[in-house]
Design a protein around this ligand. Structure first.
Ligand code: MN
Length: 200
């Protein structure tokens, strides 16, 4: 039987990222949106369990697998996103992460403009992501549309920027670019470095 997914606690208070991301956004985003992905993934698991019991009668397995992909990817990305940020974040990375960014992108500024550009240019709802590519052991940027489309299956997300409207609209209206620019002020580089250290 499949294990169920659970909503992680925010690693800081709802207002910790102000003025860059408001308490109202963080509260709704974590308590409502992230929870919906957890519940959606668990509902898909329940449907698959019922399908196994009933020899798949009346189960749209294609639709259920699509729901699982969408909701599980949403749960995973939000679970990475929260600790990717902190009060008093920003600045530049240090340690192994700084060296690897320089090696793979040429400079921190070149990396930053690439990831920001990817995030701003997502078509519709999605994410800009710094990922670890275990194939060539390097850092890459990727976009995700929704949570699960455009993925490279082997890639490990290290730093993710949610550009769904629910992540910024209450504060930034339609100005996604201003939100992405503000995001850099709350990045928790120590967290990103720790995630990279697990992979290298
Ligand atoms: Mn979100």
């Amino acid at each position: 039987m499949s294990k169920k997914y659970t909503l992680p606690e925010l690693p800081y208070k709802y207002d910790a990222l102000e003025p860059y991301i408001s308490k109202e956004i963080m509260t709704l985003h974590h308590d409502k949106h992230h929870l919906a992905y957890v519940n959606g993934a668990n509902a898909a698991l329940d449907k698959l369990e019922n399908g196994r019991k009933n020899n798949w009668q009346g189960v749209d397995i294609k639709g259920v697998e699509r729901d699982l992909s969408f909701n599980l990817a949403g749960h995973v990305l939000h679970s990475i996103f929260w600790p990717n940020m902190k009060q008093g974040g920003g600045g530049k990375p240090g340690g192994r992460l700084a060296d690897k960014i320089n090696e793979d992108f040429g400079s921190f500024d070149a990396f930053k403009s690439q990831l920001a550009g990817a995030a701003k240019a997502v078509e519709g709802s999605g994410w800009g992501m710094l990922v670890w590519d275990p194939v060539e052991k390097q850092l890459l940027t990727l976009q995700a549309e929704k949570h699960n489309l455009l993925s490279a299956q082997s890639s490990v997300p290290l730093l993710v920027c949610d550009v769904w409207e629910h992540a910024y609209y209450l504060q930034y209206k339609n100005d996604r670019a201003a939100y992405v620019d503000a995001f850099w002020n709350v990045v928790n580089w120590e967290n990103v470095d720790q995630l990279l250290s697990k992979e290298m």
